[in-house]
Structure formats: structure tokens, C-alpha cells
Ligand binder design. Structure first.
Ligand code: GAR
Length: 213
């Protein structure tokens, strides 16, 4: 899948659907040298995604592929694969990409695609995670970075960031706290991957050659 950039750094393609604060944390990580990689492109399924504007501000190719122009998920995912692969990525990063992915898509990038999810997986897969944590009376909540597999939000977990739920928290305050953790753990996980330290082997994470327990 990959050819190195002219500067010989690994290539990342980031997929976004929304505001792109995680994308910004990744851009910042690249620019300050924490992530030894090039962001080859940012692609969104939504033309109005704030993440595309953030990419443009940093002279990163920003592209749009509207899922509504495809008759079904499989067709869209195939077109998206073609668009991503034009950039020869070493890693595909889902940063608030709000699409369920077909198995064909997840298989194509198996071991080379990370996602961030706003809960302490395996708790609260899917949507509305902050409200669900509040409704359950949880005291601790957070975010998880994981490799993407065919199971929705079910791939091996790379790293988690935790926050305390205070009595005065609501879903918005909680979302803000969790995002702060996201902006810390996602650049870290990406840095590990592009440095060759993080791998998915036999469905498990491995860091510096040590399989996770
Ligand atoms: C983040 O909280 C991310 O964890 C979540 O969307 C938000 C995107 O924020 N992702 C999912 O819920 C994926 N299932 P951002 O656009 O500011 O990075």
C-alpha cells in the first residue's frame, strides 16, 4: 500500500466528518515533531466538515467524497478506498469519521487503520457515549484508541485516557473533558505506529515487540 513521501516519512491519510479537533491535535503533533510522518490528505464524507478547513490552513490536501451520491455503503466504501489509496498511506486515521464501515473496507486496511472512540471500550460502543455514561452513574469515563476491525468499535485497544465524572457534569462538559484526553492519546498512538513501535499481530496489539496482556 505504501510508497514513502519524498521526505521519506510514513504517510497518513486522515478521515473526518466534523469539526476535526482530533485532526488538529494530529497536525500539531506532526508540526512539532512528535509524529514523524506526513499527512498526505484529509478526506471527509461531508463538504462542510470543519476538519477540511483545518487541513487547508496547513496546506494539506483536503478532499470530499459525498456518501449520498452512492447507492449503497459498499459502493461508497469502494470509491473511498480508491481515493485514499491514491495517497499511498502507511496509516489511515479515523478522526471523528461518523460512518459504519463495510467489511471490505476494514479488511483492506487491517492493521493499518486506527480509530478514536469517546468511551472506555468495550463500554459504550456506538453513539451517545457521554449520556450513556452519565445515565449509568459511572464515576470514570474516557476515550480509547483502537485498531479497526470488522467489529464496530471492537478492535484491539491501543491506549485509553480516563476522566472523572463530577456531579455537576453534563454530556457537553463531559465531551469537552474527554476530547482533552483524546488530543493527548491519539497523537501518541499515531507516533508509536509510524515509528514502527505499534503493530497489530494475530488480532492483538504489540508495542516494542511486547504483546499486550
Ligand atoms: C470525537 O469525540 C471522537 O472520539 C468521536 O467524534 C468526535 C470527533 O471530534 N468519534 C466517534 O464517535 C466515532 N464513533 P473532532 O471532530 O473534534 O475530532
Amino acid at each position: 500500500m505504501s510508497t514513502k513521501s519524498p521526505n521519506n516519512l510514513p504517510r497518513i491519510v486522515v478521515l473526518v466528518s466534523g469539526g476535526g479537533s482530533n485532526l488538529q491535535a494530529i497536525i500539531d503533533g506532526v508540526e512539532r515533531g512528535q509524529i514523524p510522518a506526513t499527512i498526505a490528505a484529509v478526506i471527509s464524507n461531508r463538504a462542510d466538515a470543519g476538519g477540511l478547513v483545518r487541513a487547508q490552513h496547513h496546506n494539506i490536501p483536503a478532499e470530499h467524497l459525498d456518501h449520498r451520491q452512492f447507492s449503497d455503503r459498499a459502493d461508497f466504501d469502494r470509491a473511498l478506498i480508491q481515493q485514499i489509496d491514491k495517497h499511498s498511506p502507511d496509516l489511515v486515521v479515523l478522526a471523528g469519521f461518523m460512518r459504519i464501515l463495510s467489511e471490505e473496507f476494514t479488511e483492506h486496511y487491517l492493521g493499518k487503520m486506527l480509530n478514536i472512540h469517546p468511551s472506555l471500550l468495550p463500554k459504550y460502543k456506538g453513539l451517545n457515549t457521554h449520556q450513556r455514561a452519565l445515565d449509568n452513574g459511572d464515576k470514570i469515563h474516557g476515550a480509547s484508541v483502537h485498531f479497526v476491525t470488522a467489529e464496530l468499535d471492537g478492535g484491539p485497544i491501543v491506549i485509553q485516557g480516563k476522566v472523572l465524572i463530577e456531579p455537576e457534569d453534563n454530556k457537553n462538559s463531559l465531551a469537552e473533558k474527554v476530547l482533552q484526553q483524546e488530543h493527548r492519546i491519539y497523537p501518541l498512538a499515531i507516533a508509536w505506529f509510524v515509528a514502527g513501535r505499534l503493530k497489530m499481530t494475530h488480532g492483538k496489539c504489540e508495542l516494542d515487540g511486547n504483546p499486550y496482556p
